[in-house]
Design a protein around this ligand. Structure first.
Ligand code: BGC
Length: 392
């Protein structure tokens, strides 16, 4: 139903555009050097087996540019203007493939098949128990040892009237990382004229399985490598969150944020309460929690605002809209000064934050959480938009 609605909407827009063109006559070809959206491609590196990894540079002609790798579907850089029009790269990452292969803490990647944690790497579906990799202490994290972040995706360029994009596909064979079902996955990135990155996630399966996909970009709106994000002001449209045990698995309750340092319903500096002795902050070594979004649509079909982040120094604002029920706020707690980023500077704790739109962690073992089961004939279908603007 939802896909039909969306297609019908596109058809309506297309008819409008065609009608408009007919009335006005064909548009004049863009003069050389004008700011038209464009896509460029280069080779970023080579996998140990010789596979070339391409890098696509998408420019929207309005001062925004993103670079995407076929390895992991990684968003390597996001260049956006600040309040004075000066461009900076707000995504943490590396300038070379080897670092992505050997030491990336999921910078910018597509995370799957199951983003976030599954307790003890185990779940039961239709009476059958599956044991996944325990690659994060006793738990399963971000799809296992070789998740979607470490796969080579096929990319097709998209050129629409005002928008450029990339359609990334990956077919995960049945049994890969011990997940059941062949998963045909498409993640489409679009860079719009309005300085938005739109991400559409689709997947189908030939056998019952579980799926939870997200993007794992770490942001620093003052510029990658410029220091801590503790002064960034975060707002989350969430009155509840899922508290975790000492291994970061949700206990199963949805607790109110009111009266705790977890409350970001009003713009609050990330660092203001991060060293509070509130037990959840001690366990997470900062924020590493799934927030339950306050949604009007609880069928998870409509895009609704999840939150915003403002960097007071540059004036850059990131606003996130999603169809998903949850968002993981991770304050870069495990960045420990051992990684050197794209511009040659070291990343320390809280030098970046991630806001991962998602279904809740450990949903396969928590029947009270929104389901992450996908069955043959169904389409997994979620959308998230990162929109950039400036304030002040
Ligand atoms: C998790 C963190 C983890 C980070 C990098 C986040 O999604 O919540 O616990 O350290 O990813 O792996």
């Amino acid at each position: 139903m939802r896909r039909f609605t969306r297609r019908a909407g596109n058809v309506a827009v297309a008819v409008l555009l065609v009608t408009g063109f007919a009335a006005l006559g064909p548009a004049a070809p863009p003069a050389a050097g004008t700011n038209q959206p464009r896509i460029d491609r280069d080779v970023f590196g080579t996998m140990p087996d010789g596979t070339a990894i391409n890098r696509y540079t998408l420019s929207n002609g309005r001062g925004m540019k993103i670079r995407v790798l076929t390895y992991g579907g990684i968003i390597q850089t996001i260049e956006v203007p600040d309040r004075r029009g000066r461009t900076g790269n707000v995504a943490l990452g590396f300038d070379n493939l080897t670092d992505y292969l050997e030491r990336s803490p999921y910078f910018g990647c597509i995370t799957g098949r199951y983003a976030n944690r599954i307790a003890n790497g185990r779940f039961t579906l239709d009476g059958q128990t599956y044991q996944l990799a325990q690659n994060n202490g006793v738990n399963h994290l971000h799809g296992g040892n070789v998740g979607f972040d470490k796969r080579v995706w096929s990319a097709t360029e998209i050129r629409e009237r005002d928008t450029v994009g990339l359609r990334m596909t990956y077919t995960s064979p049945a049994g890969e990382e011990n997940y059941p079902g062949t998963l045909n996955t498409t993640v489409t990135y679009r860079l719009t004229r309005n300085n938005e990155i739109r991400m559409d996630y689709r997947a189908t399966t030939d056998a019952p399985t579980i799926v939870n996909l997200t993007n794992h970009t770490y942001f620093n709106l003052a510029g990658e490598g410029s220091g801590t994000i503790e002064d960034h002001k975060l707002t989350l449209n969430a009155s509840r969150y899922t508290p975790v045990d000492t291994t970061l698995i949700p206990t199963g309750t949805l607790d109110p944020v009111a009266g705790t340092p977890m409350d970001f319903r009003r713009p609050t500096a990330i660092g203001e309460r991060i060293r509070n002795s509130f037990p959840q902050l001690v366990i997470g070594q900062g924020y590493d929690h799934n927030y339950v979004l306050d949604r009007r649509d609880n069928t998870f079909r409509q895009l609704e605002s999840a939150g915003t982040v403002l960097d007071p120094s540059s004036g850059r604002v990131l606003s996130i809209r999603t169809t998903e029920p949850g968002i993981q706020f991770y304050s870069g707690n495990f960045l420990d000064g051992t990684l050197v980023g794209t511009s040659g500077r070291v990343y320390r704790q809280t030098d970046g934050f991630a806001l991962e739109t998602q279904h809740f962690p450990d949903s396969p073992n928590k029947p009270q959480f929104p389901t992450t089961v996908l069955r043959p004939g169904q389409t997994y279908d979620t959308t998230t938009i990162y929109a950039f603007s400036t304030a002040g």
